[in-house]
Design a protein around this ligand. Sequence first.
Ligand code: FAD
Ligand code: SF4
Length: 477
Amino acid sequence: MIAEETKTLKNIEPKKTPMPEQPPQVRRFNFKEVSLGYTPELAMREARRCLQCKKPLCVTGCPVGVPIPRFINEIREGRFSEAIDLIKEANLLPAVCGRVCPQENQCEKQCTLAKKFEAVGIGRLERFAADQAFSNGGPRVPAIAEKTGKKAAVIGSGPSGLACAYELACQGHEVVIHEALHEAGGVLVYGIPEFRLPKSIVSAEIEVLKKMGVTVMLNSVAGKLFTIDEVMEHYDACFIGSGAGLPKFMGIDGEHLNGVYSANEFLTRLNLMRAYQFPEFDTPVRRGDRVAVFGGGNVAMDAARTALRIGAADVVLIYRRSLPELPARKEEVLHAQEESVRFELCTNPVRILGDGAEQIRSVQCVRMDLCELDESGRRSPKPIEGSDFTIPVDAAIVALGTGANPIIPKSAKNIRVDKRMYIIADEDTGRTSIEGVYAGGDIVTGSATVISAMGGGRKAAKAMHEYLMQSVPAVPA
Ligand code: FAD
Ligand code: SF4
């Protein structure tokens, strides 16, 4: 039953129920999660803000179509396990998405309430429901259809690969994930830091897949150890979800110096290789006192906040446009500012200077003027002549985006790719130019989001299921 009082705007709290957090002066010295999540009371309070719209616009903003008003209603009524069951119908990784999805640009942007007040905290409620399931014995293993006798390979264990594997396993297919790294999870484990997304959450979700019978083969690099053609000799279908993890550099002088990292390398050393748990893990990483980070996206924020946590006294984020143009989530920008990351905006690095012994010493920058709108709809930055200045640093992290990993496209001759080496796949089905081979996630779309990668994996799984059930005789064991 939907309570009458929630159907009117008059008695709605205008602001989201705040979520408890570690204070900035404490959290900037540790890797524990920043946001602590709602208690049942806070969650039910926030759930009461939902209008339970007849035409819920929030759902149109969700790339995987989570039944948002229905799960919120369950929370409001205190039926938390029913809430998570509803979410799981559409989203395999609610504990992950509740934490890292850019809800402000998706479901919450569309929320009716947002026209007048702050949107309902849909992400916070999703996270709450998922965390409740964790505290009650972990995520449940879903029902699985009768075995089909068909075998599918999934290349890559990021959100797209996990979502695809989950859907295929639910349909009764045998699924083997081949993951190049020594831990499964893709960016969720090697990129996004522990203080935003604890690794235990990702591994608990992967455990569910294993309980469903999915095999995860680690250190298994497609394109190096075997080709896609060879995969198709052993499997009836294949999904490629290898992501866009190739670091990009700026091509400026001094990028080769010791102490200059790509954000990928820096975050991988810290997260996947656990450098933050020194001395338990002895992965080397430069713990600079003064660190510069180039870029303004989520990756740059993660790198800057990580550098603080491993001991930097001064972290400066250098971005060529102004604050409103920062592509990172607002919440992450605010968290970085609260933790004392300095922002040098409308500024561009032009040269990295060394000490004569190949060690980084400073960054030469130039101030930028924001002019007319460019093709991205943002004001294009132009250097201001004579505005050069130098920032002394011990380390620099380049976080200016990534490209497609070319290993698979190079080794699969018949796969069609665009000029940037992204795989060309049908938007609705993920079908590629090779029969039985599908693709999705960042390797198709370019760097995007966790939820869009999962959407790509899910769509492909649906098409793969149809393909497997219609046309393919099973590959002999
Ligand atoms: P990935 O997650 O990149 O996974 C690909 C997997 O394939 C990896 O495990 C890789 O090792 C494996 N692989 C690659 N090549 C091979 C091969 N040849 N053989 C076998 N395995 C292979 N998105 C958000 O929504 N919110 C955020 O807050 C957010 N923050 C981010 C922070 C960082 C630091 C980064 C880097 C990204 C962030 N993103 C965020 C983006 C998001 O994580 C990605 O869009 C998403 O992970 C893409 O999923 P995917 O499955 O396509 O690829
Ligand atoms: Fe609730 Fe907002 Fe969705 Fe309406 S649009 S059902 S208020 S979350």
